[in-house]
Design a protein around this ligand. Structure first.
Ligand code: ADP
Ligand code: MG
Length: 482
């Protein structure tokens, strides 16, 4: 066994050195090859684990030739490569692929990277022993399905998440023993529910290694339930869940309209709650706004604490990007980080996506990461929805132009350049966003709609009479729209 292990690691080491020789560019190598882990080698098939679906696609698109060559060199013409994709919330249910060298046939394989408590994949469920069977009196070991990097350490605190974070932390210190049971975290997508719920699980495991923690998406839960009905082992299903000390159910809204699944969840919930076990639930809506859920379930959700996660402000967005870069050991100009944080302001997942795309772009094209590259990338990669120009962003560009800080806009200062910056910010916000006059006023120094209207008129007048002013307004507009 030990020699086998050495063997696959050695093989991958050899591959890496060939790849390193070929790439010669340490950034690409660092970004795309260092995070790969060799998993096993069987019958000339080397399995490597990659961090995400995106990562796998990128390798396939850009490095398949090199990988093929390298594998052939190491394992001969029979050599093949399989990818195993680490499961995260967004990729769950997607199967990883086998790249069958040298013909590059693809075939789905079982995900090696996660061991599920219950297999939810109908096609391959025959291969997996029934996880409900509890062997003897031994305590069954349940794979918690927690993702290491979704820790509290990596979760940046801000006004947007303070309540949820501290409640989560309290729960992790004292699972089942606080008033926050259940703890319900809610927000629109991409604001950190999944991350925070994992962080709670990880922290519980750190504090109480003997506690059984399970993270499961409501979708998995529902699928497992359906399977148990089909296999006629619903009791096993229920018993399995009744063994959990800390049950984390992500995206509970998935159960909307699924009466039978809600019913079984209701019973599991009651059982666990009565036994003082902790339940953490995430949802895209507050309990009062949930639709398609049984009232008795919603009333249970209200027993504990419901805490929302809001859109992070600019400082928190910058801190999140900085933390990511720091963790990855990558340096980036502050202005580029700011640009990203200003341009993408509604969704942390998209913010991180933009950062990853930017790093990828730069490593692929061997370009240094500059503000220009960031602009081009934002145009190309980011969905239109998040490309909508925001008032924050307008303020940033306008203030940069006047060499003043953004907080001046909200200040009481009557200094000429500040007044002009404020008026221009209002003018562009009216022209380039869908925000109402009142909303613009509120964001530009807490002014009323009449002030915004006045600002727009002033700028229009100057624009028509002052050539120099017109030129700089045009330039600014171009910058904002870039
Ligand atoms: P949701 O479950 O609400 O859709 P996620 O938990 O999947 O959101 O978060 C999306 C991405 O943003 C994840 O990669 C997560 O790590 C990151 N993220 C969210 N909130 C924070 C935070 N406060 N600090 C650091 N990263 C965060
Ligand atoms: Mg989520």
């Amino acid at each position: 066994m030990l020699t086998m292990e050495k063997h696959y690691k050695e093989v991958w080491e050899n591959c890496l050195s060939v790849i390193k020789d070929n790439l010669g560019n340490s950034q690409s190598y660092k970004t795309w090859f260092e995070p790969i882990k060799p998993v096993k080698l069987e019958n000339s098939v080397l399995t490597i684990q990659v961090p995400s679906q995106f990562f796998y696609e990128w390798l396939e698109e850009h490095y398949i030739g090199l990988l093929k060559k390298t594998i052939k060199k190491e394992l001969g013409t029979e050599g093949r490569l399989e990818y195993s994709i680490v499961m995260d919330n967004s990729t769950f249910g997607n199967q990883p692929f086998t790249i069958n060298m040298p013909t590059a046939n693809r075939k789905a394989v079982q995900n090696q990277a996660v061991s599920m408590p219950i297999d939810i994949n109908k096609n391959s469920s025959k291969d997996i022993p029934n996880p409900f069977i509890i062997p003897g009196l031994k305590k069954i070991k349940i794979h918690s399905q927690l993702i290491d990097h979704y820790s509290f350490d990596n979760f940046i605190e801000g006004d947007c998440n303070r309540l949820a974070r501290s409640a989560g932390y309290a729960v992790a210190e004292n699972p089942g023993k606080t008033a926050f049971n259940p703890l319900l975290l809610y927000s629109p997508v991409g604001l950190g529910k999944t991350h925070l719920s994992h962080a709670i699980g990880i922290q519980v495991k750190n504090n109480f290694p003997d506690k059984t923690v399970l993270y499961v998406t409501a979708e998995q839960f529902a699928q497992q339930y359906i399977d148990s009905v089909r296999n006629n082992n619903q009791n096993d299903f229920t018993h399995f869940y009744q063994m959990i000390d800390v049950l984390i159910i992500d995206d509970i809204q998935f159960l909307a309209g699924k009466e039978k699944t809600q019913d079984i969840f209701f019973h599991i919930f009651n059982f666990l709650h009565q036994k003082g076990k902790q339940i953490v639930i995430t949802s895209d809506k507050a309990p009062v706004e949930m639709t398609g859920m049984e009232p008795r379930l919603i009333s249970r959700f209200k027993w504990g604490l419901s805490a929302d996660l809001q859109i992070p402000n600019i400082e928190t967005r910058i801190a999140i990007l900085q933390k990511r870069l720091y963790n990855d050991g990558i340096e980036m100009d502050a202005e580029v980080i700011e640009y990203l944080a200003y341009s993408i302001n509604t969704n942390i997942r998209e913010l991180e996506g933009a950062l990853i795309s930017l790093l990828a772009q730069s490593s692929l094209n061997k370009k240094i990461i500059t503000l220009d590259l960031a602009r081009q990338m934002i145009d190309k990669f980011v969905k239109n929805s998040s490309r909508e120009i925001s008032i924050d962003f307008i303020q940033k560009i306008v203030c940069d132009h006047f060499c003043i800080t953004v907080d001046k806009i909200a200040s009481k200062t009557r200094k000429r350049e500040v007044v002009q910056a404020r008026q221009l910010a209002m003018y562009f916000s009216k022209k380039l966003t869908k925000a109402s006059l009142a909303a613009i006023g509120l964001q530009c120094g807490n002014k009323d709609h009449a002030t915004v209207l006045h600002a727009c008129r002033t700028v229009n007048n100057l624009y028509e009479t002052d050539k120099k002013f017109k030129t700089s307004v045009d330039e600014l507009e171009k910058k904002i729209k870039l």
